[in-house]
Design a protein around this ligand. Structure first.
Ligand code: ATP
Length: 267
């Protein structure tokens, strides 16, 4: 089993990702696709007059403050436009893809965090009314059911809280939890950069290999949103996934290239 997470930042070539996935799936590989949608969510939120608000925790992690209205916009884009766009591409390529959010069948489940500590103007504030959380449980039974019947699952946040409330969760960490739960042999985290860069945004500074036990030391190179990816990679390898690859989804055959060792390989 290979879990592929493709981000939602500008420049990602979804046609290339889907064509590569379809070829590998048709050849008999077991795959699951998880996707993001942050870039499009920001655009739609602006257009709807509810601009995105990003907050930074005292430990330096950036996240989207997700009030109820933001959650609804997030769902429109992630579960609607992005998910159906990917499912349609795969269907056109002859793959019977099924698009589901983590809320459906509680595929991704975790604790609802209603408040977040954020640093604003040098002060730590507690913001309430946040609909976020972290995936702690994965409904592998439902996914196995789909896979064994020949369907390729295309998954996206939000997740379900234990009380059944939709919560915004980080897609990279959700994909990591999924890869661990399914005992995947590899987790690919594909985005609009060649991999983890030592001196972002210099693409010549690509880090080629990271020993599995050292991932957390590489957090220092990751800025803002890349930190969650590095954290996801650490969680996956600690959970037994043998290879995590940060790869480039902007062109070519993103899945095959990453599996062949392009990008940053954590193993
Ligand atoms: N050291 C680094 N190396 C590579 N990219 C970095 C680094 N530090 C920060 N970044 C940024 O991290 C971004 C990738 O994270 P981001 O969460 O935006 O992507 P995504 O997975 O495509 O999106 P989504 O949240 O929609 O799934 C890159 O576009 C880059 O701007």
């Amino acid at each position: 089993m290979i879990v592929v997470k493709v981000g939602g930042s500008a420049g990602i070539d979804y046609d290339a990702v889907c064509a590569d996935m379809a070829a590998r799936w048709t050849a008999g590989e077991r795959l699951i696709l998880v996707h993001g949608g942050s870039g499009e969510t920001n655009r739609v939120a602006e257009a709807l007059g509810h601009p995105p608000r990003f907050v930074t925790s005292p430990s330096g992690y950036t996240s989207r403050f997700t009030d109820r209205q933001t959650l609804e916009i997030f769902e429109m884009v992630y579960c609607g436009k992005m998910n159906k766009g990917i499912v349609e591409r795969l269907q056109r390529l002859g793959v019977n893809a099924v698009g589901l959010s983590g809320l459906d069948g509680r595929i991704f489940e975790g604790r609802h965090k209603d408040s977040v500590r954020a640093v604003e103007n040098g002060k730590v504030k507690v913001l309430r009314g946040d609909h976020t959380g972290t995936v702690e449980r994965v409904n592998t039974g439902l996914l196995e059911l789909l896979l064994s019947a020949g369907y390729l699952p295309v998954l996206t946040p939000p997740a379900s809280s234990y009380e059944g409330v939709a919560i915004n969760v980080d897609g990279d960490r959700a994909a990591a939890a999924l890869a661990v739960a399914l005992k995947a042999e590899a987790l690919l985290l594909l985005s609009n950069v060649p991999g983890l860069l030592r001196a972002y945004p210099d693409e010549g500074s690509l880090i080629r290999e990271i020993p599995a036990g050292d991932v957390e030391q590489y957090l220092e190179f990751a800025q803002d949103r890349m930190k969650k990816k590095v954290l996801g990679a650490a969680e996956a390898v600690q959970g037994g996934v043998r290879r995590v690859i940060f790869g480039d989804a902007r062109a070519g055959q993103p899945v095959s290239a990453a599996l062949a060792g392009a990008g940053t390989v954590v193993s």
